[in-house]
Ligand binder design. Structure first.
Ligand SMILES: Nc1nc2c(c(=O)[nH]1)N[C@H]1C(S)=C(S)[C@@H](COP(=O)(O)OP(=O)(O)OC[C@H]3O[C@@H](n4cnc5c(=O)[nH]c(N)nc54)[C@H](O)[C@@H]3O)O[C@H]1N2
Ligand SMILES: Nc1nc2c(c(=O)[nH]1)N[C@H]1C(S)=C(S)[C@@H](COP(=O)(O)OP(=O)(O)OC[C@H]3O[C@@H](n4cnc5c(=O)[nH]c(N)nc54)[C@H](O)[C@@H]3O)O[C@H]1N2
Ligand code: SF4
Ligand SMILES: [Mo]
Length: 733
């Protein structure tokens, strides 16, 4: 084949949870174009502008291609050996002197989209043995994990709407038309929602902003930010009051119904309507429709998670689905069955150990551990506060918490106070500029791909693998190799440099432990494979479909493993093999919700927003996405604009009345798409820090919403940050 012939590669997009199948056309070492892979069994050719921008990402001159080491405050390019030598020189002595908890780890969003990071990150954690583990999960979906753990016995047992068959879908606090879905892998949500509407189904959206998804909906209702729990409680009250609690697959498995019924008595729709701003008649009608539509589902996401009552709201969503007979039913919410890596397909079907939280707590704020980690909003104080267990060194993996975590400005100062910081990241950005060593990963097109978490939350069952489009540049390690080398350094191994050898040893040990007598046969079956591919092959062989990597690789369009099927009986991993509908922690939260039912709405609160051409904090440097109007503007309702003497395009100053955080100066867009009393600003902007290497993003930096938000507000059960519904003051700048 000549150097110049066109080649077509099929790739799963690693950028967001939709996991679209893409077709990448290349010529030699150039990307010619990216489009949807029409015959992909899962996404059928759908893609969004970010998928197209993979070409820009691959070509971005600012993307790091060699490690950087900081000396006297200035970054210098270094070889990989020099970078690891620097880490070996500085990290082990810190651990020796101050103990294992002196090293903190923060893992970010792209970690979950990378096979190597996902499978080898636990190796690094094990080698470090630290309790100071933080991740974007506590800025995002931790309430979902807690509820899945409490009700179904595993953090990752996440029911998703069966959109292919539902006739009524209520979406709270999610905007899948812009975000392409989350904790629900559903490429082309718009197309699937339209198909539902075409068969007579209805889409209803509850959101303080008339979002892109609300614009598509049959019905949209504003809700006071942070008040979803009261809407849902009103619905639940109505179900009990009108005897609308129906049978269904799950009801024979539930305990605690009587407790629950008692506990929701105070939450009449008349009362909860005042708190959430949705009229009582609407609350009652939605509950009746949910109960009387045979195929119906409730789905909540960022808006319902990133609030003070995040776990309570998420629990209520599941409770409503269960009590109306929709959980585990076609057209309701169902549990996907992943081909690999799903704990709910392992071990004895139908019962298990369940989950516990709070096995330890953070040193400064005593925030309980959840799912092996502690709230990211505790990171700055753990770095700043002296004493035993203080975080003195930090390893960041694919994360930019200075922009993505509340009180980013404080966190930036705290990072400067560290004795040592290593970042595995592909950019020199607002967070990694504080590092001493930056270790870049390869371009996504130089990496293989298989999704670990997302098939556990997908709209249909499937298995898809993609090979790298391009070989990695000479000397560039895969990220799993970098993680193993870091792990070996942390453990003080004598020869930490040979990632392949370390991998061999760890794999063999794991297989012997897990398979006992069968270990030799298991090892033989994976001969010739190594690294993440070998772990994937093993997981596929021992998964519920008994596949193997060769079979998945051979399916160029992906393997269709069928529609979602009822599986609650075998999926449960609770100790009782049943669902406790009324866990004591949640009944306690109901008490708190009852106490705050009378709270008055502040006159102005802020919420977030996502735009289809943006991805959290890190894709603003790509020409395809950067085009067009500025996206980091503050949406203000006309009444509020008038009240604060603001005109369209004016600059406004935002601050918190409690004096926390920093004030922001931002351009105003006046629109009635936001509810009166609510302003909306996207997160992930503010690319004006000194020393960063984001040329294009720096031309229109925007402002950092998270510099305004406080790191003191959390949902107590999950440790999730409160990012929505925070009181602000507005004035002309
Ligand atoms: N106010 C407010 N804050 C929010 C949110 C909100 O709604 N409102 N949303 C929250 C949510 S849901 C999330 S998930 C977090 C996300 O916050 P983070 O976890 O910080 O993730 P990103 O902002 O996506 O930043 C990703 C980082 O990974 C790097 N990166 C990209 N690709 C790779 C790769 O292949 N390898 C490596 N090693 N690095 C890579 C990027 O350069 C960037 O530094 O933000 C949260 N912050
Ligand atoms: N284009 C793009 N896609 C993305 C991302 C991105 O940054 N850009 N980020 C990815 C990530 S990490 C995630 S986690 C997902 C998130 O996916 P989604 O959950 O769909 O996130 P958002 O688009 O922020 O939608 C949240 C909606 O909740 C509303 N809302 C805010 N507060 C409340 C409230 O108190 N109650 C209710 N009912 N609604 C409220 C907001 O107005 C917004 O419309 O998106 C992913 N996809
Ligand atoms: S929606 Fe866009 S970013 Fe998300 S997986 Fe599909 S192409 Fe990639
Ligand atoms: Mo997220």
């Amino acid at each position: 084949m000549s150097e110049t012939s066109l080649q077509t590669h099929h790739r799963i997009c690693p950028l967001c949870e939709a996991c679209c199948g893409l077709e990448v056309q290349t010529q030699g070492d150039q990307v010619i174009r990216v489009r949807g892979h029409a015959s992909d069994i899962f996404s059928h050719g759908y893609l969004c502008p970010k998928g197209v921008a993979l070409k820009d990402l691959h070509e971005d001159p600012d993307r790091l291609r060699a490690p950087l080491i900081k000396r006297n405050g200035v970054f210098h390019e270094a070889s990989w050996d020099e970078a690891f030598a620097e880490i070996e020189r500085r990290l082990p002595p810190l651990i020796a002197q101050h103990g294992r908890n002196a090293v903190g780890v923060v893992a970010g969003n792209p970690t979950s989209h990378k096979l190597g990071l996902m499978l080898y990150y636990p190796r690094l954690l094990k080698a470090l043995g630290t309790r100071n583990i933080f991740s974007a999960a506590t800025l995002d979906q931790m309430p979902r994990h807690v509820v899945s753990g409490l009700l179904y016995g595993h953090w990752m047992s996440v029911p998703v709407p069966d959109i292919a068959r539902t006739d009524w879908l209520l979406v709270l606090g999610a905007n899948p038309v812009a975000s392409n879905g989350s904790m629900w892998t559903v490429p082309d949500f718009r197309g699937k929602a339209r198909a539902m509407q075409a068969r007579g189904g209805r889409l209803i959206v509850i959101d303080p902003r008339r979002s892109e998804t609300a614009a598509l909906a049959d019905e949209h209702h504003f809700i006071r930010p942070g008040a979803d729990a009261w809407l849902l409680l009103g619905m639940l009250h109505h179900l009990f009051a009108k005897d609308l609690v129906t049978g269904g697959a799950a009801t024979s498995l539930v305990d605690g119904l009587a407790h629950l019924k008692d506990a929701v008595q105070p939450f009449t729709p008349a009362r909860t309507a005042l708190r959430c701003g949705v009229p009582a008649e609407t609350i009652q009608r939605l509950a009746t429709e949910l109960a009387s539509t045979p195929r119906a589902a409730l789905y909540g996401r960022i808006g319902t998670c990133t609030q003070r009552f995040g776990t309570l709201s998420t629990w209520l969503i599941d409770v409503l689905n269960i009590l109306t007979g929709h959980l585990d039913q076609p057209g309701g919410t169902m549990f996907p069955k992943a081909a690999a890596f799903a704990a709910n397909t392992q071990g004895k079907p139908g019962s298990g150990r369940g989950v516990v939280t709070g096995r330890f707590a953070t040193r400064v704020s005593q925030a309980p551990e959840v799912m092996g980690e502690v709230p990211i909003t505790c990171l700055a104080e753990e770095i700043e506060t002296p004493g035993e267990g203080q975080v003195r060194a930090l390893i960041t993996l694919a994360t930019n918490p200075v922009l993505s975590s509340p009180n980013g400005a404080r966190l930036a100062r705290a990072l400067d106070g560290l004795e040592f910081m290593v970042s595995m990241d592909i950019y020199l950005n607002e967070t990694t500029r504080h590092a001493d060593v930056i270790l870049p990963g390869p371009s996504p097109l130089e990496d293989l791909h298989y999704d670990v978490p997302y098939p556990q939350m997908s709209w249909m069952n499937h298995a898809r693998f993609s090979a790298p489009v391009f070989a990695r540049a000479a000397g560039q390690p895969a990220e799993w190799e970098t993680l193993l080398r870091l792990a070996a350094i942390a453990q003080g191994l004598a020869t930490p440099h040979d990632a392949r050898a370390i991998d061999e040893q760890l794999f063999t040990e794991d297989v012997r432990r897990q398979f006992g007598d069968q270990a030799p046969a298991v090892l033989r079956a994976s001969a010739g494979l190594h690294g993440p591919e070998r772990l994937l092959d093993l997981a596929l062989r021992h998964g519920p479909y008994q596949l193997d990597l060769a079979r998945v690789k051979a399916a160029e369009d992906g393997l269709d493993l069928g529609p979602l099927m009822p599986r609650l009986h075998e999926l449960l991993r609770t100790p009782t093999g049943r669902i406790d509908l009324a866990p004591s922690d949640l009944l306690a939260e109901l008490e708190h919700a009852r106490h705050s039912m009378q709270e008055n709405a502040p006159s102005l609160v802020i919420i977030g927003r996502r735009d289809v051409r943006s991805n959290n904090s890190w894709m603003h440097n790509l020409p395809t996405l950067e085009k067009g109007p500025m996206r980091c503007t503050l949406l203000v309702h006309p009444n509020d604009a008038a009240r604060h003497s603001l005109v369209a395009g004016a600059q406004a100053r935002l601050r918190r009345p409690d004096g926390q955080g920093e004030s922001l100066t931002v351009e105003v867009t006046i629109t009635d798409e936001v509810m009166p009393g609510v302003v909306s600003l996207p997160h992930g902007w503010g690319h004006d820090a000194p020393g960063i290497r984001l040329t294009l993003a720096g031309r229109r930096p925007g402002v950092n919403l998270n510099a305004l938000l406080a790191d003191t507000e959390r949902d107590p059960l999950s440790g999730n940050a409160v990012l929505s519904g925070i009181e602000v003051q507005l004035e002309p700048a």
